[in-house]
Design a protein around this ligand. Structure first.
Ligand code: AMP
Length: 195
């Protein structure tokens, strides 16, 4: 049973690594962003609520997000472990996750922090913006988004670092190479897929 968090900036291939780690460990990859987008698309009550915040580029309120994750982690598939992607993002969410895990008598095995050179990430995101015709994704907007990510992530990383849970991995390189780096770093902490 492996319980992981995955933290990383936009453009560093986090989604891809989440899928690969999920497959390697046989645990569900749970992305709050994906769950919100699914609900928006299907026009559920949750989707209608989340949309107004997402459209403004704001966080969905902690109470809503925490209830969503508490519910999702109670499903059978997550009892065998999980990889959370995009949660927690606030101190309140960190406390909620501690509470959920503590009540279940479990805890996190590691927090995988994907790092990437800012200029390289900007290049990737600009390239993606051109290919997807997202003209509003200018270099300034992208750099701002990355600065916001740094600012918001820093306190969480500091908290998990103080608990000695953070494994920092350079996210640049071939997809397989990055996965291998993550698996090797986790194995050093005796966090390995069961064979
Ligand atoms: P993401 O794909 O992870 O960037 O998430 C897309 C959007 O979903 C974010 O901009 C937020 O509006 C919302 N969201 C995702 N995860 C969270 C979270 N942990 N807390 C609050 N809002 C979230």
């Amino acid at each position: 049973m492996t319980r992981l968090l995955l933290i990383g900036p936009p453009g560093a291939g986090k989604g891809t690594q989440a899928e690969r780690l999920s497959a390697a460990f046989g645990i569900p990859a749970i992305s709050t962003g994906d769950i919100f987008r699914f609900n928006v698309k299907n026009e559920t009550e949750l989707g209608k609520l989340a949309k107004s915040f997402m459209d403004r580029g704001e966080y969905v309120p902690d109470s809503v997000t925490n209830d969503l994750v508490r519910d999702r982690l109670s499903h059978d598939d997550a009892k065998q472990g999980f990889l959370l992607d995009g949660y927690p993002r606030t101190a309140d969410q960190v406390a909620e996750l501690d509470d959920i895990l503590g009540a279940a008598g479990t805890s996190l095995d590691a927090v995988v922090l994907i790092t990437a050179d800012t200029d390289e990430v900007v290049r990737r995101l600009l390239d993606r913006a051109v290919k997807q015709g997202r003209a509003d994704d200018t270099e300034d907007v992208i750099r701002h988004r990355l600065a916001v990510y740094e600012e918001q992530t820093e306190p969480l990383v500091a908290d998990y670092s103080s608990r000695n849970l953070v494994v920092a991995i350079d996210g640049l390189g071939a997809i397989e190479e990055v996965t291998d780096r993550i698996l090797a770093a986790l194995a050093e902490r005796n966090v390995s897929p069961r064979v």
